[in-house]
Design a protein around this ligand. Sequence first.
Ligand code: APR
Length: 236
Amino acid sequence: MAAMTGIRNIMILTGAGISAESGIDTFRDAGGLWEQHRVEDVATPEAFARDPELVLRFYDMRRAAIQTKAPNAAHHALARLDEHWPGDLLIVTQNVDDLHERAGASRVLHMHGQHLNAWCTACDERSRWTDTLLDRPPCPACGEAALRPDVVWFGEMPYRMDEIYAALREADLFVSIGTSGAVYPAAGLVREARELGARTLELNLERSQGSLWFEETRLGPATELVPAWVDEVMKK
Ligand code: APR
């Protein structure tokens, strides 16, 4: 990207592609999660009402799986940028894994929730959760057996959208990493960033559905593109 001059505030949107090289399935790539499972069966409030066991088993499997994975070079590069970037920086992730945080990043916002949280539908408390939910354990806060995965399902509103839009209004640069641009409102952020006058950069394995909105698109694996981009930014 030509000049980074004048770039003080950065928003970074990440998707499943940044965790792919850590061995976590993406959703829409060949062999991805939505080829293995029907969204309607495991990722909607209706599915949970209809067959809670199927849904809880699916997320128990995912929750266990991510705890066996490790952050990769892309996560570590963003953590390095987060540590040293003097301006505002916000990593808005669609991912429900904790690899950004395990790599050391702190300015992270999970807009689709987190696998390692359980959400009580009785008292609305969220509790750190690394175990299973299928056996309907009591909520640590209220004791009710009303815990569900703290993941935003299709048809539900993503979290903290006000904070995301407030940060977007201040952003001089919007960078998107490892997302197909298939799911809104995340997929609409680049257009809003453009309209707000921010520079826009996409780092992805292949062109996404929103590529036309990006000033620049770099294609390749995140573990190569992201460290190279962070080196570039840090040198400026
Ligand atoms: N490096 C960079 N990009 C990659 C890599 C990689 N190693 N592997 C895959 N990608 C790219 C793919 O080309 C694709 O564009 O990552 C993207 C993954 O797209 P999706 O599977 O659609 O995942 P994502 O965009 O995060 O999905 C958005 O949809 O299913 C819901 O809530 C879920 O947060 C998720 C949302």
